[in-house]
Write a protein that binds this ligand. Structure first.
Ligand code: ZN
Length: 207
């Protein structure tokens, strides 16, 4: 496996070496998903286009892979609220200054993909997953590196990404659990949006 790092030599991801980043992916995401490798390059590219030393919030436009790349390379997580997923189905992310909304967006430039058939097949799902040659794909990802991405300056609509839902909580008269009062007379779960076919209480969890 001498060939292993030829393509990736010299690549860094937010201050880590490529191999360090690959180890981080394995630990957090489970497998070295190509989307995580691409995502790391995108986060790195976004940082390179932002002023140093400031704190940024993140928006991710897909649920696939990219949120995990953001979560292991930046302080932004879904849980702390600094990463918001706006699921537009586009493999793109923005990092922005939270008070002004000024930031940068990194996206996949589909016109650049013609030179990279494996990467193109990956993004446009042109091959069933089991027919994907993941070694060839990762090799192409490393050779393409950031050349397949575009960078835009953006101004985020802060109102649209702010959560207004959690201002006041009430006890739902139907299930007895707390819920954001703005959601209606009963919680969204009791309005039919819960994904459970069946549920039953297992009894008190005290000793
Ligand atoms: Zn309820």
């Amino acid at each position: 496996m001498q060939m292993k790092n030829v393509a990736s030599s010299g690549i860094t991801v937010c201050g880590r070496t490529y191999d360090e980043y690959i180890e981080m992916i394995k630990a957090f995401h489970g497998s070295v998903a190509p989307g995580m490798v691409l995502g790391g390059f995108m986060v790195d590219l976004a940082y390179r286009n932002l002023p140093q030393g400031e704190y940024f919030d993140a928006i991710c436009e897909t649920r696939a892979c990219l949120p995990d790349a953001i979560q292991i390379l930046t302080p932004c997580t879904v849980g702390n609220g600094w990463l918001r997923i706006v699921d537009l189905g586009r493999f793109a992310l923005s990092l922005f200054e939270k008070y002004t909304g000024k930031g940068v967006r990194v996206y996949v430039d589909s016109q650049e993909l013609d030179d990279w058939p494996e990467v193109k097949a990956f993004f446009f799902k042109l091959k069933p997953k089991k027919e994907q040659d993941s070694e060839a794909l990762i090799r192409e990802v490393n050779l393409a590196h950031t050349s397949i991405f575009g960078v835009q300056k953006v101004m985020i609509d802060l109102d649209s990404v702010k959560s207004h839902r959690r201002d006041t909580f009430a006890v739902c008269p139907s299930c007895g659990e707390g819920y954001p009062e703005n959601d209606g007379e009963v919680c969204l779960g009791c309005q039919g949006e819960a994904p459970y076919l069946h549920s039953e209480v297992l009894g008190s969890q005290e000793d």
